[in-house]
Every structure is written in structure tokens, then in C-alpha cells.
Design a protein around this ligand. Structure first.
Ligand SMILES: [Fe+2]
Length: 243
């Protein structure tokens, strides 16, 4: 492991609400990787949660996802989760300082919701790409074959599970570090229905704010379209780091 990869791993490791996420990219590999690395950072130099830049232009995902949706989704919705997570951390620090834990349940829940929202949105932007490179490769491809049979079965499973999320949530392809298996999960809201040990590799947002401007109530059309712009290279890097 190179020094830059080691320091990047350290800088981007996060544990929130019981879910561990470790994102690693070799920042020296290429300009594209630099952009991906910047887009994957959850915190700033002071350790505060921060809104990472998109790794592409607002309009880059058209026609699958329109510019107005991406702009609102990133600048307003994602930003709100960053602010909410920082506020929760601040209030929990104040509770420790004051020894007053009367609202610890409330702020713990706020941290879980907003912190998970920040993590998942950061993963979402880097799960999508305007230049999809085709199918998964290397060890991720082998693991998909071992755990799902083949890519077509993963596709059917992930799309069906994502479309079927109750109310607002996510479809998630995860690697479980405890039993060393790839799995498809649904997340309700941002933080519910995970499995301990699951590390998200690739996520699809099915909150209405992710698709309603263009697709209205046709969530399935959005999910099927998004499949074609998934970034399997980024998912492969996260898989490599998770293992
Ligand atoms: Fe969202």
C-alpha cells in the first residue's frame, strides 16, 4: 500500500451510527482519481463534516438525471444532512461538557439520520458517472459471480429491491466485512435496515427528491435508467478497500 493510499484511508475512514465506511482511492493514480478522492471526503481539515464537491458538472448526468435535480439534491438536500450531522455532534459535545444528557436520545437519533444521510449521498454521487465504463471488473466481478450467480441476477435483485423500498430510502450493494459476502440491502430513510458489518459499495437514492422533477412517480423508470450510469470502477475501489 502506498503512503498516499494509507493517508487517504486514514483521512476518509468514518464510523457513524454503527455502520463503518472506509473509502480508499489512490490519489496519485490519475486526475480522475483525484477528483473521485475529493468527492469522497466526508470531513474537512478541522474534522467537521463538509459537503464534498461533485466529481462532475451538474448537467453531466443528463439525460438520466437532469441538471436541476442534481443541483437541488447536492446543494440543498445533501448540504442539509451535513449541517444536521454537525449540529448533532455539537449538541452531544455540549451535553458531555455540561453533564446534561436529558436530550441524548434526540441528538443520537439526529446524528444517525443526518450522518447516514451525508455518508449515503457522498456515496451516491460517486456511485454515478457520466462516463460509465461498462461492467464490474476484477475481484468485484468474481465476488458478484460467487455471491449472486452473475451480473444479470445482481441487476434484477438490486433494481427490484431499490424500487420496492418503502417510502424514502436507498438501494444498497454492500460488502459485509464480518461474513465476507456481498449483499443487497434496502435502507429506509438513511439509517434503518442495515446489517451490522455492512460496508456500502454502491447506492441508489430513491427519496423523491432524487427523481421527482423528471420522473414524477415513475420510480422504477428512474432506477432502471440509473443502472446504466453506475460507476463500477469506484465500486471496485471501495470493494478493494473494504476487503
Ligand atoms: Fe437524496
Amino acid at each position: 500500500m502506498t503512503e498516499s493510499r494509507r493517508s487517504f484511508l486514514k483521512a476518509t475512514a468514518l464510523t457513524t451510527a454503527g455502520a463503518a465506511l472506509s473509502v480508499a482511492f489512490d490519489a496519485a493514480a490519475s486526475a480522475a482519481d483525484d477528483k473521485l478522492a475529493a468527492a469522497s471526503r466526508l470531513t474537512d481539515a478541522e474534522g467537521q463534516y463538509a459537503l464534498p464537491p461533485l466529481p462532475y458538472e451538474y448537467k453531466a448526468l443528463e439525460p438520466v438525471i437532469d441538471e436541476a435535480t442534481v443541483r437541488l439534491h447536492h446543494d440543498v438536500h445533501h448540504k442539509a444532512y451535513v449541517d444536521g450531522a454537525n449540529a448533532a455532534l455539537k449538541r452531544l459535545a455540549a451535553a458531555r461538557a455540561d453533564g446534561d444528557f436529558a436530550l441524548v436520545k434526540h441528538w443520537s437519533r439526529e446524528l444517525s439520520f443526518h450522518g447516514s444521510g451525508h455518508v449515503l449521498h457522498t456515496l451516491y454521487w460517486t456511485s454515478l458517472t457520466p462516463t460509465p465504463g461498462g461492467e464490474p471488473k476484477g475481484e468485484l466481478r468474481e465476488a458478484i459471480a460467487a455471491d449472486f450467480g452473475d451480473l444479470a441476477r445482481l441487476k434484477a435483485h438490486l433494481i427490484k429491491a431499490t424500487v420496492a423500498v418503502e417510502a424514502s430510502g436507498w438501494g444498497v450493494l454492500a460488502y459485509n466485512a464480518l461474513d465476507r459476502r456481498l449483499t443487497v440491502l434496502q435502507a429506509e430513510k438513511h439509517q434503518d435496515l442495515t446489517v451490522w458489518g455492512a460496508i456500502p459499495l454502491l447506492v441508489i437514492d430513491v427519496w423523491e427528491h432524487a427523481y421527482y422533477l423528471k420522473y414524477q412517480s415513475k420510480r422504477a423508470d428512474y432506477v432502471v435508467a440509473v443502472w446504466d450510469i453506475l460507476d463500477w470502477t469506484a465500486a471496485g475501489r471501495r470493494f478493494e478497500a473494504a476487503r
